[in-house]
Design a protein around this ligand. Structure first.
Ligand SMILES: [Zn+2]
Length: 846
């Protein structure tokens, strides 16, 4: 007992005497004096402050300069231009020979190559920290791990340097990490304050968890919506590490978590059972030993999801390696009270350090086994592909070149083999045109990634999901595709097809015409509106004789008449050409307003497009992910500035300076009665509100709109529920994220630019709205058999069948466009983004 109390005091002691610091992290170890210690470099002991990212990189530069066993590689830059670095550590002979080691290692991922001699090959181990920027113990542990590995004289450090190449990524999310670092440091007290309510422990909005665009980078390994992960995945495929450690933090009252995760329910269906049942348990013994050695408690097997391929700990599992998620109970700040006493930053860093070392030790001891597994993974992928009835997937959108390019890029970034389609194919009522469609053979080393892109999964071992239960990327892109029983013999695609775009020759035209179907048409529209060009759009299709022959223009097509323009003909043409090039759009021109079919260009069904002036409410109470998705969409896909206003400043807003207000999901109860009156008045005089998910509930509660909900099954409890099963019951009724088929009214402005009546949508809430009482105001509703992929309880599936996905509520001269589902989810729902663009550009026509 006495001993236990002593141990606890040691573990949680608030301030560690400076002299004892080395003993705290590395008791009894000797270090080479040639390598600068963190204390010598930073001037403080690790854990006393949160280390700024530029200083962390500076230390790594210093290590690479002073040691011939380290090299610093820059793999890209973040949105805020911080370098993304990887510190490579191994014995000098390996560093000298690094390129040979790398090229030899990646042969393991290619079953066509002869098997290299694994006995001589070092383990490739990637330690990746702090993808969530406000989980900072990882980044600090990276500093200590690098120092230990280079300077320690211990046998273990020597063995690791001898038999492994260690790739240290100190912060996957440098921009978010610095946001939190500054927050924690600026509020540090002397003495530090452990009270969880202290400002130090409660960040403002947005938190350091997310990157520049408020994205969760630990969901982006599959979608690659963010530059950090685009850079990271490009780098990843140059190494195919055997082991990847992914270091996180969780709630302050928790201890430490390492894998195995919860069996079956949270595991990915394409990952070999061997990973979960054999390898994970092998590694777990090293982690247990490491934490037992310092008396730190931990847990395994209970929760944490390992199924969604966009996690940093799951993607490596689908690339022949072992991805490992680690979760440390957070001190979030320098010290914070917990149920077990005060948790210090040092304590959290030490656990991460010990697990980092244990990961390297396990990786080195299991080196040959992991090399053989890497080859076996890709070989068995090929074997399984042989048994798959689908021999290929054909895909391509005949009318949307930009979306095709985006999807092709995603496949190529994930090293999926794609070949040209050499014939016109009709299958399942869909047609795939030669030159506008491509084929993905299933028989390829990346077979398991091919499944993740195309397969729809609706049966599951369990009903509780921590996150998404569906991630079929072809559906997210709204990409027409079909399984094929044969492959074809087209050439392999090695780069994106060149973007064709035609622009009319000089001439005397009545109007220029642009089809709205292409994904980047809104970017073109924004650029010409910004240049001061008057633009119109059509509510009905027409066929026009253009400079490139007769062409049909569907509803939503843009008409730029040469009359009514303030710019000269030359100025206008120059501005349009620049916009067409920037957005990759085809521009047509016609010398007559008379259409060969459908309405003429002077029709009352053609109307002016007003330039959107958009304000989005953000800040405390609103969803930072959803707001970030909108900001990112408008920045990177349209190039249009939108004004982001903190809810607390809404009192200073004159809504009449804008025509569109975006309300992301969130809690708007802080708005005053006067502010709500202002909103109602502006709305009734013609304003457009675009509201997402729970924001619609708030509008309903304020009686700004009058739509009807369907109650979710959450509210219907069984008569008896064992206490121990309560979480599973709640989990089974939640909708973690799944994909549904909805029916689109293409005659509604919300449906402009869509060629299909049916559209996959993404839902991750149990908010169900009845279709509007006005029969024309539910432009998107679920079909009678809507589930395409993912888990949903049978009760909730019945509710979805009857419900609306988008409703438009008329409010005086204005309207509210309700998105019950998230059309911009994780920056990857290219298929439904156009609904959102339509709400922004054509909202006043709804
Ligand atoms: Zn995390």
């Amino acid at each position: 007992m006495q001993k236990n109390i002593l141990l606890l005091t040691l573990l949680f002691s608030v301030i560690i005497p400076l002299k004892a610091q080395k003993d705290y992290y590395f008791p009894g170890e000797t270090f080479s004096s040639e390598i600068p210690s963190p204390y010598a470099y930073f001037g403080y002991h690790i854990g006393e402050w949160h280390t700024r990212y530029d200083r962390l990189v500076g230390y790594f530069e210093e290590l690479a300069k002073t040691s011939d066993m380290a090299e610093l590689h820059t793999i890209g830059h973040t949105n805020q231009l911080r370098p993304q670095v990887v510190l490579v550590i191994s014995k000098n002979q390996n560093i000298q020979n690094l390129e040979n080691i790398r090229t030899n290692h990646i042969k393991l991922a290619d079953p066509k190559q002869p098997m290299p001699d694994v006995a001589k090959m070092p383990a490739i181990i990637n330690l990746a920290y702090s993808v969530h920027g406000n989980e900072p113990s990882g980044g600090e542990a990276a500093i200590l791990t690098a120092y230990w590995l280079l300077a320690s004289q211990s046998d273990l450090a020597k063995e690791i340097r001898e038999n492994a190449v260690i790739l240290i990524d100190p912060a996957i999310n440098p921009d978010g990490r610095d946001r939190h670092t500054n927050w924690a440091n600026m509020h540090k007290g002397f003495p530090p304050v452990a009270d969880p309510l202290d400002r130090e422990h409660n960040e403002i909005w947005p938190s350091g968890r997310v990157n520049h665009y408020w994205f969760d980078l630990n969901r982006d390994w599959l979608p690659l919506a963010q530059v950090e992960l685009q850079n990271k995945i490009a780098w990843y495929h140059t190494w195919y590490p055997n082991v990847v450690g992914d270091f996180h933090e969780m709630g302050t009252n928790s201890t430490y978590f390492f894998e195995p995760t919860k069996p079956f329910s949270s595991e990915n269906p394409v990952v070999p059972r061997k990973n979960y049942e054999d390898i994970n348990n092998k590694f777990a013994t090293y982690f247990a030993k490491a934490l037992d050695g310092i008396g730190s408690l931990y847990w395994t097997k209970e929760v944490f999801d390992n199924s969604y391929p966009g996690y940093g700990s799951t993607y490596p599992d689908i690339q022949g390696g072992l991805g490992l998620v680690f979760e440390q109970g957070s001190s979030r700040g320098h010290i914070q009270s917990s149920q077990r006493g005060d948790i210090t930053f040092q304590f959290t860093i030490r656990n991460q350090l010990k697990i980092s070392i244990a990961t390297m030790e396990a990786g080195v001891k299991e080196r040959e086994y992991m090399h053989r597994y890497l080859r076996e993974f890709f070989q068995t992928g090929l074997n399984e592909a042989g048994k798959d009835r689908a021999k290929a997937y054909v895909f391509g959108d005949e009318f949307d070149e930009s979306k095709n390019r985006l999807f092709l890029k995603l496949l190529l970034d994930h090293k999926i083999k794609v070949i040209e389609n050499e014939s016109n194919i009709n299958v399942e009522g869909k047609s795939f045109k030669q030159g506008k469609s491509w084929i993905v053979p299933t028989s390829q080393a990346q077979y398991r990634m091919v499944r993740s892109m195309f397969e729809k999964v609706t049966t599951f071992a369990d009903s509780v999901f921590y996150d998404a239960s569906a991630w079929t990327m072809a559906l997210a892109y709204g990409m027409p595709y079909a399984a094929q029983a044969s492959v074809g013999s087209g050439a392999e695609v090695s780069s994106l097809p060149t973007q064709n775009q035609n622009f009319p020759a000089d001439g005397k035209y009545v109007a220029y015409l642009v089809d709205w179907t292409d994904y980047f048409a809104p970017k073109f529209l924004h650029h010409i509106q910004k240049a001061g060009i008057h633009v119109e759009t059509t509510a009905l299709p027409f066929t026009s004789n253009t400079d490139q022959g007769p062409k049909e223009f569907p509803a939503g097509s843009l008409i730029i008449p040469t009359a009514f323009q303030k710019l000269s003909a030359d100025e206008m043409k120059a501005a349009m050409k620049t916009a067409a090039e920037a957005a990759g759009q085809h521009v047509y021109a016609t010398t007559t307003g008379f259409s060969t079919k459908g309405i003429d260009l002077g029709s009352n069904n053609i109307s002016a497009v007003s330039q959107p002036k958009v304000l989005m409410l953000v800040g405390h109470g609103t969803s930072q992910n959803e707001a970030g998705e909108i900001w990112h969409l408008m920045d990177t896909k349209v190039g249009m500035p939108i004004t982001k206003v903190d809810i607390s400043l809404f009192g200073r807003v004159n809504l009449y300076d804008y025509n569109t207000l975006i309300l992301p999901s969130g809690n708007y109860s802080s708005l005053s009665a006067a502010q709500i009156t202002h909103l109602k008045d502006w709305l009734s005089r013609g304003g457009t509100v675009i509201s997402l998910r729970s924001a619609s509930q708030w509008l309903q509660s304020q009686e700004i709109v009058k739509e009807e909900y369907l109650k979710s099954e959450n509210e219907k409890s069984p008569e008896f529920l064992p206490f121990g099963s309560r979480r599973d019951f709640a989990g089974a009724q939640a909708i973690g994220g799944s994909i549904y088929l909805a029916k689109l009214d293409k005659t509604h402005p919300l449906g402009f630019g869509y060629r299909n009546y049916e559209l996959p949508v993404y839902r991750n809430s149990t908010l169900f709205f009845k279709p509007s009482k006005n029969p024309s105001n539910t432009p998107l509703r679920y079909t009678s058999n809507p589930l395409l992929g993912g888990y949903i309880s049978p009760e909730n599936l019945e509710k979805v069948k009857q419900s609306a996905s988008v409703i438009v509520s008329t409010v005086g001269q204005g309207r509210v466009i309700h998105f019950i589902d998230n059309p911009n989810f994780r920056g990857t729902w290219f298929g439904t983004n156009k609904l959102f663009f339509n709400a922004v550009f054509f909202g006043d026509k709804m």
